[in-house]
Design a protein around this ligand. Sequence first.
Ligand code: LCV
Length: 259
Amino acid sequence: MALVQKEVRDNVGIITLDNPKKLNALSREMVDDIISAFDDFEAQRIPVIILKASEGMKVWSAGHDVKELPRKMRDPLSYYDSLERLLRTVEKYFGPVIAVVHGSVWGGACDLTMTCDMVVADDTASFAMTPVKMGVPYNLTGILHFMNRLPINIAKEMFFTASPLPAKKAAEIGIINHLVPEEDLLKVAMDIAKTVMSRSQLSVEVIKEQFRILSKAFPINPADFERVQGLRRKVYDSHDYEEAITAFLEKRPPCFNGK
Ligand code: LCV
């Protein structure tokens, strides 16, 4: 059974995350379903996509499926990891992707909303960036998503505290384009989509690609890249990484020892 629902309404593609029992955790299976929906819409040249969760969920998505994080000395966010494949799919889609958010957003799902082109949310939305809770050495492309979207001090507070940012604050700092009542969420997103579709699609497509290219135009020298990868390896090889996942699965607070 598909973990996402998809439909086309007035030529807008709507993808609904629909795995409530797993709080829409971004498992490989869920990500594969989302990516195949994107692929279907691309084949139909659907010009705008809305990414939402099923109605009434208090959690939009609980982020990366913790049960699928590698346990033994493997990079949890390598290039071919399911979350990374999903983020690139969103970035490379030829038209705008609008996240419609009701409920809390966690970890990799927070990165997913940051990777979408726009966010429409209601006052139940919150955004938490959780690598420091999970002992995960996030990755350069993910951190760049936040640096491109937010003042760096706000991005640092999100990463260093892992505290959920409430909707009002998220709107003030620009994570959310439009903070609206729950009953208006889809209509506001559809209205944005219709306005975009009334413009030159050739221009929209090339401008989206320019935003993508420029947002990644970030010089880093090979020695620094390799040093960062070495530092990241120390983290995912650590007791603390293993402990964070074990504690989560055992439903207890982790006991970090910095080793
Ligand atoms: C698998 C889950 C999850 C889950 N995976 O309900 O950004 S990084 O680097 O951190 C990246 C690696 C990442 O994205 O990591 C994951 C970050 N996610 C989080 O930190 C959120 C973890 N989840 C929670 O804090 C709670 O589940 C929330 C607050 C979302 C909801 O709490 P609530 O009390 O309503 P439960 O915690 O009871 O969760 C219901 C079921 O969903 C599972 C959880 O283990 C439980 O499973 P069981 O019913 O088998 O006990 N679950 C929740 N999140 N990310 N499984």
